[in-house]
Design a protein around this ligand. Sequence first.
Ligand code: ADP
Ligand code: MG
Ligand code: ZN
Length: 570
Amino acid sequence: DDLQSQYDLERMKSFRNVEDWDKREFPWSKEISKILKETFKFEKFRSKQLAAINATLDKKDVLLLMPTGGGKSLVYQLPAVVNKGMTLVVSPLISLIEDQLLALKRFGIKSDSINSATTKERRKEIHNWMTSRQHGLKLLYVTPEWLGKSKQFMSYLQKCFSANNLDRIAIDEVHCCSTWGHDFRKEYQFLGLLKPMFPGIPFIGLTATATMSILIDTQKMLGMDDCTVITAPFNRPNLYYKVIQKPSASEQSLKILEKLLKNNYKNQSGIIYTTTIKETEELTKYLRDADLQVMNYHAQLEPDRKKKTHEKWLSNKYQAVIATIAFGMGIDKPDVRFVIHYSMPKSMEGFYQESGRAGRDGKKSDCILMFALTDYLRILGMASSKVEENNARAVLNYSLDNRQCRRSLIASHFEEVWDQSNCNKMCDFCRKNTSLVYYDITPACKTIHEIISAANQGECKLTLLKLVNSWFRLSCKEFSLPPFAKPDISRIDAEKIISYLLLLNFLKIDKGYNLYNIIFYLQKNQVPTGKIEICLPASVDLKGFSRRDINKVKDLEEEIEPPFKKSKIS
Ligand code: ADP
Ligand code: MG
Ligand code: ZN
């Protein structure tokens, strides 16, 4: 199995020879430049758009990896105008489809959509359009649900194909096919049946996800064995990456947010992401009470209210939208100056995509992640598979690592597709050049293990709060504390140490349930065999812990293993 995936990886790499598609002269080259300017009113192609368009017009199957906002839609919309028949576009959300149809209307390109909301008469009309070129339908959008459940539609698609009217099938957000991905959708599995149904029809899959295992899986799922993989650069040089430690008291973290909006981002536009609907409400109330123009957004709001909020934000009547990840696909505001993750995202892919909504106009914009261990525990609680747990761990790793550029941390996650150019001081690590120290936290690990053992003997499990309280020797009635000295550090530093012990596998999470909630307990995991050293900014003072100053440049170069590497598929 390992050999097979090694082989697949090599094969994928050999498809990366995209220079040919970028350079060669094709019979359609003049025409597509003209359409770009006259129909779409764009000056020039963006990086890799041309290559992908050439490959798909040459009837190759294409997998296009391009970051959010990179311009993936044009890559199937423009060929649809060049070709004589129609292009079928599979897109996951009706709202996304509607946005696209609106844009296409402005360009004067005949396009439509069939979905469960389409009336019978309209459906009939569109079915009719599908069966002949004469009607001039260029793009037809459907959701994967619709394809999977409407036999009638499939039979018209067959007719469309037999009438030589089907030019191409485009699948947007194609990573949803892969069960490895962070947003797998079971409706996408049906798409695996399409390839053999339409021999000779070029497929193009588009995604902003760039993890190799997901890509290989997607490619297999769709049966696109010989596809050309085209990758646009993922590094966004104008985005400034920063992590802020979130105080444990919520008033304090709200205050930080308020200050950011009032001072740092005054008169600027942004998005604040948080995890739950309730949180979007709480944050919005707090910030509005502080005289800030903000509004919340989540999946359960009325379509009207969503639309209004979106519009007011677009026209800068709202400074920020406080949103769950429902505020995402299809958001295309060029001057978003900040994206703040008020609570931790579920995966690095999610983080990259959400923060990628900043700075589409190419100007400097900030991507801030506010980290708290409790948020991590909550994400873990929602995780329903090993894959999701690993996704969350990768974000924990990003949040805790003080030893390297944020860009290289993101790059190591996205493996080869990330173009490792210079950060140019566009992250908190590179800018501050903070001096760092190592702290030996082995004794803390030992104490914490002893506390947990004592608790377990007393048939008691410890939440984060209880563990920290016990470590600080605050009242503990359920079990008797073993002897140890109370640490002379702040609660936040205590939580930080526990975060590292989790990241390094010396602690693990044990899930429990009460009537209403999932509860997380901390349990012992590996027993340390050597010294556990963690790297912190020199300004952090852990009293009573042994500290070793380091020569930043030298020691970091010598560093061999990062504390956590994303697990590869095996
Ligand atoms: P993606 O699907 O990759 O997130 P979109 O296709 O939605 O990106 O495009 C993002 C934005 O970029 C849109 O506003 C689109 O009009 C614009 N765009 C696409 N291609 C070009 C181009 N060649 N020149 C200028 N703007 C472009
Ligand atoms: Mg898109
Ligand atoms: Zn950097």
